[in-house]
Design a binder for this molecule. Sequence first.
Ligand SMILES: *Cc1c(COP(=O)(O)O)cnc(C)c1O
Length: 466
Amino acid sequence: MNDVLRQFPAVHELLAASPFAALIEHYGRDAVVTSLRHELDQLRKMAQQGKDVTDLLATDHLGAAVNQHLINSTKPRLRPVINATGILLHTNLGRAPMAEAAVEAAAMAARGYLNLEIDLVTGKRSSRPDAVRPWLTKLMGCESATLVNNNAAATVIVLRALAQGREVIVSRGQLVEIGGSFRIPEIMAASGATLTEVGATNITRLSDYERAISDKTALLLRVHASNYRIVGHTETPSIKEMVQLGKGRGIPVVDDIGSGSLIDMSEWGLDDEPMPRASLKVGADLVLFSGDKLLGGPQCGIIAGRADLIEKIERDPLMRAFRVDKMTLAALEATLRLYLDPEKALDAIPLIKMLEIPLAVLQERAYLLARYLGNVPGLNVHVADTKAYVGGGTLPDRSVRSVALAIRSEHLSENDLALRLRMNEPAIMGRVEDGSVLLDLRTIPSEQDQAMLEAVQQALHDSPTR
Ligand SMILES: *Cc1c(COP(=O)(O)O)cnc(C)c1O
């Protein structure tokens, strides 16, 4: 073994050899030396474990390995992913894919100058939300609207601007945590408002709110319990009842609905998802929701409702820290304009298209793909009935029927197969279940079928490269 270790070529000698000279020209000496040391360390470890590395130490082989290492280490860290998880709004995969018109608008904003804060008629300074305010008020039938970076920021700014140093009444059943670190009680503390909890986890009555109201009460807050559900004996007042109470006592009612949709999605089984328009119609003073959930736009938090409250919010100093960038603003405007004609929205917003596609169409596609993959040696494939989930802070039991290719390799474990698919370009994220990798078709646009077929075949005979 020591003989082998003694045989290891010296780095400075290798660098003079031809494959490395070419690599140095391309990547620079430092990068090549680092990669070469890394490769030699790996081989040394293998040799110490008693493996024969003689062939791997050949100059040509080392050159190829270092080349591959350099290619991989200079690749972008962010790469396109084919979402085969069946989760439509997958937060870790970037939530909603945007409509082509929104993508173009964001690129327009990125590429050149635009009237971000200039009124082109007067030539005077305008405010950033002015670009989307008219569309938002028209679509939701409200007085005014504004926006910040995400719905978490919307909650903070609303509580700060309207309830700092005062009390906000929330039902105990709505003190939720959303996405790891966003907890209503902590957000409340961070914004300087005092939380007044009322009711019990499963039951809160209007009278509970009524009794908690004092001269320190600034707001009644309803938080849509978006990512969990309490089943059994439950009761909470409707937003309409809360509004009646609030109006009687002169206290604004804020509805944090999380995943606001501008169109009725009950047809696809999403009948419990609150619509901002409906909340505003029954008199909620403000509604808050995300731009990149069921709206299918860019990440942002939309605040809509009473003009005097929106003005107060926009005057808060933190507004400057929470403001959206020009690409987000442009993408949101383009998305909202699609909703002006709901037919257009159905056709153009990827999220809605994925929800809307009939099961039979997905099944037909699945059988075609399975027949093709059935000819690949070493691969077992069958079509499985699945449930696709909306995800991204909509109810966890809200699913849509779907279909997946369940693939299994005769030689690779399901985890290795999943790894190889993730290392493909484009990466494919499936779901490992019962010894197979499931590729759910509801979240895969049919344009990506070809890339997916190629990736599966590649995965079976290539070794993955990170
Ligand atoms: C998702 C969600 C949020 C957080 O929204 P982000 O846009 O992710 O910051 C807040 N409240 C509710 C009810 C939600 O569902």
